[in-house]
Design a protein. Structure first.
Length: 118
């Protein structure tokens, strides 16, 4: 079982910045990333990074404003969020994927609230 511990959410004014962290109980993954869910909406993909090759993927709505990275130990991912907008307000969930024997296995963090005021 993989444990994901998130931190870094909070309240910020529009145009401000926040940094989320996702610390995992193991070091090797296929990928890690974040999804978010706003009230009344479905959970949506935000950003992801592969552990091999450091390939990054961003939703169009956050390109140029959000940056994902990981530490050299390979157990923590970071999401730097700049130029935040009120529409970025949501619960952000860390997601980690490992390769299972027959199919990928996903793990989720507990979620952290990000609120952007206008």
């Amino acid at each position: 079982q993989v444990q994901l511990e998130e931190s870094g959410g909070g309240l910020v004014q529009a145009g401000g910045s926040l940094r989320l962290s996702c610390a995992a109980s193991r070091r090797s993954f296929y990928s890690m990333g974040w999804f978010r869910q706003a009230p009344g909406k479905e959970r949506e993909f935000v950003v992801g990074i592969t552990w091999t090759g450091d390939y990054t993927y961003y939703a169009d709505s956050v390109k140029g404003r959000f940056t994902i990275s990981k530490d050299s130990a390979g157990s923590t991912a970071y999401l730097q969020m700049n130029s935040l907008k009120p529409e970025d307000t949501a619960v952000y969930y860390c997601n980690a994927v490992i390769k299972g024997w027959s199919a990928p296995i996903e793990y989720w963090g507990q979620g952290t609230q990000v609120t952007v005021s206008s």
